[in-house]
Design a protein around this ligand. Structure first.
Ligand code: F6P
Length: 559
């Protein structure tokens, strides 16, 4: 795909959307009152996901124009190019094939002349065999003991996916194996996560696509030193260091040569490919810690969930294609209703890291100012994604969503069945707490959609001077996503849903959603500034005056 992107703002559909925007007066109250079929018409199914867009600021005309926009920017052709392994990651000249990671073993997909599916399944088989050995206790540390703690060392996509999924799938974990995750180069992270661990029963998984990330390599070296020191302190000074590293370190990377340089046995390294972006890699061997925690069957089910949504995205007409519809709606919100942020609000404590995971997926993908041909974007791009699990968010920031001055589209996610079905039986009556929880989920989207009028507030006997403060405008857009329960498969579906939403937005904006050049400058400067922080006067002098004075403050206060 060498040709440049279609400029969405020049299309007829964009013109139609601009006209619709000019006369747009959302009124969810009357839209629902006048149209009994609204909820069912705007509710869609994708695998196990039940997605209700009816409380979004959408009308039939609007939807028709958004679908026309998708057609005019060539969404389906670009999707098909991605799925076929074309090099749509233009600035890195790479295929974008996270979807190949979850293809069934009997599928085939040629990329640059090679069928990638056999290699994907070979790696999975190796990872599964390893996970089984750790889970069964067959894998022994250097003192002959089984592993009880797996520490994943990685950052960005080599951390956020595994930790999010490990938390989300807590009910599916092996009871005798705990995973911990070290990501930050703040030494507090390694310090805290290593605290209390027995080196003899700890296994490190060093996860890094490039195996050159400063944070990860620094933390991996810290962990290696800790392992050898702690073994000696615990009376195992007889162990051979190389043997200890071999039995307590494995790696996941696309750069297997660098893994060997670190002292990790290439036998215990799990590879993946440059056509998997870091933020799209939890379903590759980067998920090794997760595969140990939930087991190969759970991991296979997780991949199956991704694949079900990939199939839906690839084959469902756009008018019923949930990721495409959600991505197009986000374009409507960002480019026509000036939304600057997008909230993701899981009514599931287990998904407490899901918004953080989505931040990398969405913002590293679509936070761009140039298009894939290097020309400037013609409209705003990536919004800020954020969120916290309900109901905690309700007692913190929902005030702004309900009564603030900005449009904040919000995705509400909930499950029919709780992982912990607890009842509050203290008053002699048994109350299903999950139902209390879900009542909040339903109530919030209702309050945001329909609000509360001044008349309703007055009818409650409210003093006139505070009526306005108690009015809720309504017409605040929400999408409700429900599923039967949070299983590995459903988690895979949710992740794939957001991957394809992100892709859809990127196509409309004409950007390369798969590079991340914006993270490079800060990394380079950190390396350049580092000597100044350690006291090198010449390097200090080369910095701007603000940075010089901040470093001077640091050096004065550091004990
Ligand atoms: O700095 C951003 C980034 O490149 C992410 O895209 C990536 O997920 C992360 O760093 C970690 O990279 P690696 O897996 O190569 O260590």
């Amino acid at each position: 795909m060498s040709e440049g992107p279609v400029d969405a703002t020049t299309t007829d559909a964009w013109k139609a959307l601009t006209e619709l925007r000019a006369g747009f007066e959302p009124d969810l109250r009357s839209w629902f009152a006048d149209d009994p079929g609204r909820a069912s018409r705007f509710t869609f199914e994708a695998a196990d996901l039940h997605v209700d867009l009816s409380k979004d600021l959408i009308t039939d005309d609007l939807l028709a124009s958004l679908l026309a926009l998708a057609e005019q920017v060539g969404l389906e052709a670009r999707r098909d190019a991605m799925l076929a392994g074309e090099h749509i990651n233009v600035t890195e000249d790479r295929a974008v094939l996270h979807t190949a990671l979850r293809l069934p073993a009997d599928a085939s997909l040629e990329v640059d002349g090679t069928d990638v599916v056999p290699a994907v399944h070979e790696t999975l088989a190796k990872m599964y065999a390893f996970a089984d050995r750790v889970r069964s206790g067959e894998w022994k540390g250097v003192t002959g003991e089984r592993i009880h703690t797996v520490v994943n060392i990685g950052i960005g996509g080599s951390d956020l996916g595994p930790v999010m999924a490990y938390e989300a799938l807590e009910p599916f974990r092996h009871p005798e194996i705990e995973c911990r995750f070290i990501s930050n180069i703040d030494p507090t992270d390694a310090g805290q996560k290593l605290k209390g661990l027995d080196p003899a029963t700890t296994l490190f998984v060093v996860s890094s696509k490039t195996f050159s990330t400063l944070e990860t390599l620094t933390n991996a070296r810290l962990a290696r030193t800790w392992l050898l020191d702690a073994l000696a302190e615990n009376g195992h000074s007889e162990v051979d260091s190389a043997d200890a590293v071999k039995k307590h370190f494995v790696a996941v990377s696309t750069a297997l040569d660098k893994v060997a340089d670190f002292g990790i046995d290439p036998e215990n390294a799990f590879g993946f490919w440059d056509w998997v972006g870091g933020r799209y890699s939890v379903d590759s061997a980067i998920g090794t810690s997760l595969a140990i925690a939930i087991g190969p069957e759970g991991f296979a089910e997780f991949l199956g969930g991704f694949h079900a949504i990939d199939e839906h995205f690839a084959k469902t007409p756009l008018a019923q294609n949930v990721p495409a519809l959600m991505g197009l709606l986000n374009v409507w919100y960002v480019n026509f209703l000036d939304a600057q942020t997008h909230a993701v609000l899981p009514y599931s404590q287990l998904l407490h890291r899901f918004p953080a995971y989505l931040q990398q997926l969405t913002m590293e993908s679509n936070g761009k100012s140039v298009r894939w041909d290097g020309t400037a974007v013609t409209t705003d791009t990536g919004e800020v994604f954020w969120g916290e699990p309900g109901t905690n968010g309700q007692h913190a920031f929902y005030q702004l969503i309900h009564q603030g001055t900005r449009v904040i589209p919000a995705d509400f996610i909930a499950f029919a069945n709780p992982a912990y079905p607890l009842a509050d039986a203290s008053d002699g009556q048994s109350v299903d707490v999950h139902e209390l929880f879900l009542a909040n989920f339903f109530a919030q989207t209702q309050a945001l959609a329909f609000g509360k009028t001044a008349e309703q507030v007055r009818a409650e006997g409210t003093a006139e001077n505070i009526v306005n403060a108690r009015v809720f405008s309504g017409n605040r857009p929400t999408t409700s996503i429900m599923a039967p329960s949070l299983t590995p498969g459903v988690l895979g579906q949710l992740i794939a849903l957001y991957e394809h939403i992100t892709f859809t937005q990127g196509v409309v904006w004409g950007i390369d959603s798969f590079d991340q050049w914006g993270v490079e400058l800060g990394k380079q400067l950190a390396v350049q500034i580092s000597p100044a922080v350690s006291g090198d006067a010449d390097t200090a002098k080369q910095q701007d005056t603000s940075t010089q004075s901040l470093i001077a403050y640091y050096r004065e206060k550091r004990k």
